[in-house]
Design a protein around this ligand. Structure first.
Ligand SMILES: Nc1ncnc2c1ncn2[C@@H]1O[C@H](COP(=O)(O)OP(=O)(O)OP(=O)(O)O)[C@@H](O)[C@H]1O
Ligand SMILES: [Mg+2]
Length: 226
């Protein structure tokens, strides 16, 4: 199993006055090459769950095994390496650096890996061509449109050929046409063998025929898992 969570609980600020229990006893398995939606109201724990699947932090308790590694057994530095190799993360606000060019934004995740500039450029160019933004390569990101920005964020999430693609409310800033295009791109990625997990309450996503499965998150718990 690519992703396996067993009684995962996440408590923010544990032991402090501002303690928050964001996830409680989440048990979940996600197979390779599936497209899944995490659906739930605001504050239900979707982003927290994505962060654990995305190897951003380990659970407070319970077991999370992602792409063959148990997070709580990985020292921070190794968890970061594991994340870079396995996870492509598409953020709601895209997290694109406005002053950097499209090309440099896309190649950014390769910097800490010490990939040579020529190879960075080659890989980024291939992705830009595929996503139809090659003509924007040398534009600073602040000058491109919302739909183009999202393609930059997608390209950046794919640059290291990671097998798991996570997207947090990816259509929150997109109109219907761009949202449908986004789902088409995710569908293509699945066809290539990737595993795609999208956190959203957008009906355009939750009703998409591309999904293999919807997982309902409510008050930090998972409902209706087959
Ligand atoms: N860094 C943090 N520190 C403390 N509490 C947090 C932190 N991040 C999230 N929380 C809390 O944990 C709970 C779950 O938050 P989470 O962001 O996972 O929900 P969500 O389903 O993604 O919500 P939304 O749809 O609004 O993005 C919320 O009560 C939130 O306030
Ligand atoms: Mg969220």
């Amino acid at each position: 199993m690519l992703i396996e969570l067993d009684l995962v609980t996440k408590i923010y600020n544990q032991g402090h006055a501002n303690e928050v229990r964001a996830l409680t006893d989440v048990t979940l398995a996600i197979e390779e090459n599936t497209m899944v939606c995490l659906r739930g109201a605001s504050g239900s724990g979707k982003s927290t769950l994505l962060s654990i699947i995305g190897c951003v932090f380990p659970p407070t308790s319970g077991r999370a095994a992602i792409a063959g590694k148990q997070l709580s057994r990985l020292p921070d530095r190794f968890m970061t390496i594991h994340r870079r190799q396995n996870i492509g993360f598409i953020f709601q606000q895209f997290n694109v650096l406005p002053e950097l060019t499209v090309l440099d934004n896309i190649g950014l995740p390769l910097l800490p890996l010490g990939v040579a500039p020529a190879i960075r450029k080659k890989r980024a160019t291939m992705l830009m061509e595929r996503l139809g933004i090659a003509h924007r390569a040398d534009f600073p990101a602040r000058q491109i449109s919302g739909g183009e920005l999202q393609r930059v964020a997608i390209a950046r999430a794919l640059i290291n050929n990671q097998p798991i693609i996570l997207a947090d409310e990816p259509t929150a800033h997109l109109d219907t046409r761009l949202s449908l295009e986004f789902m088409q791109i995710m569908d293509d990625l699945k066809t290539e063998g990737k595993t795609v997990i999208i956190a959203s309450h957008d009906q355009l996503i939750t009703e998409s025929p591309s999904l293999d499965r919807i997982i309902d998150v409510k008050d930090g718990r998972i409902h209706h898992v087959p």
